[in-house]
Design a protein around this ligand. Structure first.
Ligand SMILES: NC(=O)CC[C@H](N)C(=O)O
Length: 188
């Protein structure tokens, strides 16, 4: 198995460290030709969705990446990755990849709660530590979207067919179970 991690901006290295721990091979996607290396799965990391979105356009990668996701490659988006995958962003006119039937709110926790750590149930896994950094939450979901976790009454993890998203950063904790869940999705 080889997982491609989008490495244009943000916390991509931390995802690789977790995959290394789980003994799953991975490589960094930095340019269009890296998308052609036939990855079995994709990770879109946290960072700044506007910056990653702009780089995807500038590097002419947006359309190809969107096609790969629409053709069913398993993809895991964290935080900015979740925003990039959403079909609708409440407080931003831009749509980036627009593959997942969710509406998200960017920077949704305001100044006071800009960043926080908590522990909550994740469906099928149990209680896990969650790190939120100027995170979004999911305001509403389409018919085929399954909710995987909620914090403070807001949806912060969900799944739709081949797409898995979390508003928090599992790669910034020592807990490898969400990545393991994603790897199981690939091998299913
Ligand atoms: N930690 C993150 O990925 C933050 C996401 C960022 N606030 C955005 O809107 O893209």
């Amino acid at each position: 198995m080889n997982i491609g991690i989008l490495a244009l901006q943000g916390a991509f290295k931390e995802h690789k460290d977790i995959l290394d721990k789980l003994e799953a091979d991975s490589y960094e996607i930095r340019k269009k030709s890296d998308l052609k290396k036939r990855p079995d799965g994709l990770i879109i990391p946290g960072g700044e969705s506007t910056v990653i979105g702009k780089l995807l356009n500038d590097l002419d990668m947006m359309e190809e990446l969107k096609n790969m996701i629409e053709n069913g490659i398993p993809v895991f988006g964290t935080c900015a990755g979740l925003i990039l995958l959403a079909k609708k962003i409440e407080n931003d006119k831009r749509i980036h990849l627009g593959c997942m039937n969710i509406e998200v709110q960017r920077n949704a926790y305001g100044r006071q709660l800009g960043s926080f750590v908590t522990e909550e149930e994740f469906q099928g896994i149990g209680k896990i530590p969650m790190v939120f950094i100027r995170a979004p939450y999911i305001k509403s979901i389409g018919n085929n979207v399954k909710i995987l976790s909620e914090v403070k009454g807001k949806i912060i993890a969900a799944e739709e067919k081949n797409i898995l998203v979390t508003a928090f950063h599992p790669e910034l904790t020592k807990d490898t179970r969400v990545h393991k869940y994603f790897i199981e999705k690939i091998t299913e």
